[in-house]
Design a protein around this ligand. Structure first.
Ligand code: ADP
Length: 178
């Protein structure tokens, strides 16, 4: 655990769809219409209300989809949360530095959560699954950005890590910031 000015960062190993928080962040894709990994799990457990809300966003503001690094909120459906904040991580590239886009995901998701009045927010390790981002670098970017950007009323940022490897990398990233 690490406390910066007003925010506590916690690490848990587990499933992001099982968290009781105000806002759950989804590692979405730009279509907003579901996918694998975290996205699939959120839609499965959260039920059709989330997809319906995403379709409405596609029909209104996001006809071309959500751009990489941006974030938008919907209902959380049946999840034990008030909102899902969808953000689109960058696909890893060894040829091009896309870390500003990954930072933007954490920053924009936090901005949306602050606007909504969320006090607790759970993040997955964005881009480190299907999108191929190396876990050590993804963890460093996540921890650094959240410590710099989290603001009231957010009190707790929880990283929910699916496996032991992710947990260890986030632990190290957090320790390095201490
Ligand atoms: P991306 O497409 O942004 O890479 P993924 O959903 O494929 O997103 O993976 C992001 C990270 O979330 C990976 O480290 C993956 O192991 C992890 N993950 C997958 N399912 C869950 C889940 N239900 N809860 C928490 N983390 C998960």
């Amino acid at each position: 655990m690490r406390t910066s000015s007003a925010v506590t960062v916690t690490l848990v190993r587990g499933d992001i769809t099982r968290q009781s928080v105000d806002a759950v962040v989804n590692a979405a894709n730009s279509s907003l219409l579901g996918g694998g990994g975290v996205d699939g799990a959120i839609h499965r457990r959260g039920g059709p209300e989330i997809l319906a809300a995403c379709r409405e966003l596609r029909a209104s503001k996001y006809g071309k989809g959500l751009r990489t690094g941006q974030a938008v909120a919907t209902t959380a459906g049946k999840l034990d949360a008030r909102w899902v904040v969808h953000t689109v991580g960058p696909v890893w590239s060894s040829a091009e530095d896309r870390s500003a886009l990954l930072e933007s995901c954490y920053r924009e998701a936090l901005r949306v959560a602050v606007e909504l009045g969320a006090r607790t927010i759970a993040f997955p390790a964005i881009s480190t699954g299907i999108y191929g981002w190396p876990m050590d670098d993804g963890a460093r970017i996540a921890v650094r950005t959240v410590l710099a950007e989290a603001a009231a009323p957010v009190e707790e940022v929880r990283f929910v890590l699916f496996d032991a490897h992710a947990y260890v990398e986030f632990e190290e990233a957090l320790a390095a910031q201490a």
